[in-house]
Design a protein around this ligand. Structure first.
Ligand SMILES: Cc1cc2nc3c(=O)[nH]c(=O)nc-3n(C[C@H](O)[C@H](O)[C@H](O)COP(=O)(O)O)c2cc1C
Length: 344
């Protein structure tokens, strides 16, 4: 209520990135203040014992997680825990710090309850972020999402070493690591969704090596069924523990937003309600391939309990939200958990 009547009108007066920066600053302040965290907890946090699950050897108090991209620098996990999230995913982080693509690079599509972004993997770099995360005390699982530094001059073996640098650093602090092979917003596109490239990447990372935390792979919503099957085959050969489906889309079909507005906005990854159906389809394809052998995190357009249930019925054990929070606010977390708890 407070979000929709007070914060949302204020935030929607700002451009999408400034609104996001403001929200991160407020959440970061909440993370650092015991008083603000307790207040957030009183307003939004509730326990849902029926929803607790053990997956990849980790205990998730509820299945609703914060998707990667909201907190790229690890500044808000304590606030997110207070708001009722059952887990958080920090990042994407990259080996080298990056300021990302030129602004403007984040846009709202209110008629579609969606967003388009081409942030371009802006983050403070793996060392700074991991150092910050090392100082945290959290009671919920924390994933770290890694990607290749957004610099097309880093390719071939250097690209693998770049990923490996972040992977090894993150391994010291994360409960699980997500390998983001599906960012549509880099100079070179999503190179690592090519089966050969993925194979070399996972050979370099060695997720099977002893001492590694559970490692997940995140797919694009634009992946076709045959490619998905071959990518999963490769992941299974290299000891991947689970899958995140999905990242954003480069597709623009079926949107209510006008062509003029879309061409003004230009390139970027579409997220939110507009990708919900296709992302659920990818979760079902994954579920058909895996037959319950590995957990799936369903993400893409979850902005209501019904949308969350669709991902779970398609085969997801956990879900994540980003765009839904922009349109619905943090009350969405409890709303989904309440509905899931009634169903359990
Ligand atoms: C502004 C923005 C930045 C994002 N940055 C990342 C990122 O750095 N790494 C990543 O794996 N996903 C990133 N994502 C994708 C989300 O994690 C999620 O997969 C996608 O937005 C679909 O979920 P949603 O419809 O709930 O937003 C980003 C999404 C948005 C909107």
């Amino acid at each position: 209520m407070l979000y929709k009547s007070l914060f949302k009108p204020l935030l929607f007066r700002k451009d999408a990135e400034s609104a996001h920066e403001f929200t991160v600053r407020l959440s970061s302040l909440t993370s650092r203040s015991q008083l603000l965290s307790s207040m957030a907890g009183m307003m939004y946090g509730t326990k849902f014992p029926k929803l607790e699950q053990k997956l990849f050897g980790l205990t998730f108090p509820n299945p609703v997680g914060l998707a990667a991209g909201f907190d790229k620098n690890g500044e808000t996990p304590v606030a997110m825990q207070a708001l009722g999230f059952g887990f958080v995913e920090i990042g994407s982080i990259t080996a080298r710090p990056s300021s990302g693509n030129p602004k403007p690079r984040a846009f709202r599509l209110p008629e579609d309850r969606s967003l388009i972004n081409r942030m371009g993997l802006n983050n403070q770099g793996a060392e700074v972020v991991v150092d910050r995360l090392n100082k945290l005390k959290l009671n919920i699982p924390m994933g770290v999402n890694i990607a290749k530094t957004n610099d097309p001059s880093i390719h071939g073996d250097a690209a693998l070493q770049d990923y490996l640098f972040s992977y090894e650093l993150a391994n010291g602090v994360a409960d699980y690591i997500t390998v983001n092979i599906s960012c549509p917003n880099t100079g070179e596109g999503k190179t690592f969704e090519d089966p050969e490239a993925l194979s070399s990447l996972l050979e370099a990372l060695e997720p099977n090596k002893s001492g590694r935390v559970p490692t997940l792979v995140k797919f694009s919503v634009d992946t076709d069924q045959a490619t998905l099957a071959s990518l999963v085959d490769i992941c299974e050969d290299h000891g991947i523990s689970g899958y995140v489906a999905t990242n954003t889309s480069s597709n623009r079909t079926g949107l209510k937003t006008s062509e003029t507005r879309l061409s003004e906005i230009g390139n970027g990854g579409l997220s939110g309600r507009a990708i919900a159906e296709q992302s659920t389809r990818i979760v079902s394809w994954l579920s058909d391939i895996l037959k319950g052998s590995k957990p799936i995190i369903g993400v893409g357009g979850i902005d209501s309990p019904e949308a969350a249930i669709q991902k779970i019925e398609a085969g997801a054990s956990l879900i994540q939200i980003y765009s839904g929070m922009v349109y619905e606010g943090p009350g969405l977390i409890k709303k989904i958990n309440k509905a899931l708890s009634k169903r359990a």
